[in-house]
Write a protein that binds this ligand. Structure first.
Ligand code: AP5
Length: 231
């Protein structure tokens, strides 16, 4: 699979626990292949901030660390995937998150005569996840992700790229984090088995430095493309 502007990339799914580094890696992959980074968490947070009907339905659920309903999320993703910028491919971050969402995605891709997704599972231990989530800071303007322990901005509390003050996500409070990790174990971990059984799962050790994780993810994506005979 090459990164030139004309080639078809297809659908790449990043699986992993809260804090595994899906958002960090998805931004890098999207830039490399020139395809959109579609984060269901980001789209939901935008809807909450704008006070849309979807945002009003999702707000309380997100604040207690539960998952938003499959119907709402599938509909939101269907709208996003129908946009022309997704024609060459897309990187999905935070979707699918339940087996019902994965089944919906398979049906949607088949209806559009697209290949099944390449699925990369980013695996990180529990203690590292906690440190990453409690230390995360994000830029509300351009979405850059930092970490006070592992990837601090050059100037404390300020985005390196645009200079905006960094913020902490509401769901990164310790009590909400533990609910999010429980939801992950209950509803999202079984997805790894769903994809493994279909021969699509690529496992990546995620508790390495960002650049090393990125190299491993590219290797997994290129390996999957070679295995299915795509460019
Ligand atoms: P979402 O926004 O998707 O959150 P999440 O899955 O909990 O994942 P995070 O964004 O917390 O972590 P990440 O893996 O992206 O890690 P990051 O790169 O930021 O979802 C939020 C909520 O929305 C859900 O709880 C749910 O309510 C709802 N929702 C979303 N999608 C849904 C769906 N499909 N169905 C139903 N509900 C849905 O990295 C974390 C930190 O670690 C950062 O500080 C980063 O700098 C640092 N870091 C990253 N990589 C490394 C590294 N290699 N070494 C050291 N530090 C690193």
């Amino acid at each position: 699979m090459t990164a030139n502007a004309a080639s078809h990339v297809g659908t790449i799914v990043l699986l992993g626990a809260p804090g595994a580094g899906k958002g960090t890696q998805a931004r890098l992959i999207a830039e490399h292949y020139g395809i959109p980074h579609v984060s269901t968490g980001d789209i939901l947070r935008e809807n909450v901030a704008e006070g849309t009907e979807l945002g009003r339905k999702a707000k309380a659920v997100m604040e207690r660390g539960d998952l938003v309903s499959d119907d709402l999320v599938n509909g939101m993703v269907a709208d996003r995937l129908a946009r022309p910028d997704c024609a060459r491919g897309v990187i999905l971050d935070g979707f699918p998150r339940t087996t019902a969402q994965a089944e919906w995605l398979d049906r949607d891709l088949a209806q559009r005569r697209e290949r099944p997704p390449v699925v990369v599972n980013v695996e990180v231990g529990y203690n590292q996840l906690l440190q990453r989530l409690t230390g995360r800071r994000t830029c509300p303007v351009d979405g850059q992700i930092y970490n006070i322990h592992f990837q601090p901005p050059k100037k404390e509390g300020v985005c390196d790229v645009c200079g905006a003050p960094l913020v902490q996500r509401k769901d990164d409070k310790e009590e909400v984090i533990s609910e999010r990790l429980k939801s992950y174990e209950r509803q999202t971990l079984p997805l790894a088995e769903y994809y493994r059984a279909r021969g699509r799962l690529r496992r990546i050790q995620g508790d390495l430095p960002v650049q090393q994780v990125m190299t491993e993810i590219f290797r997994a994506i290129e390996g999957s493309a070679a295995a299915t005979g795509t460019e």
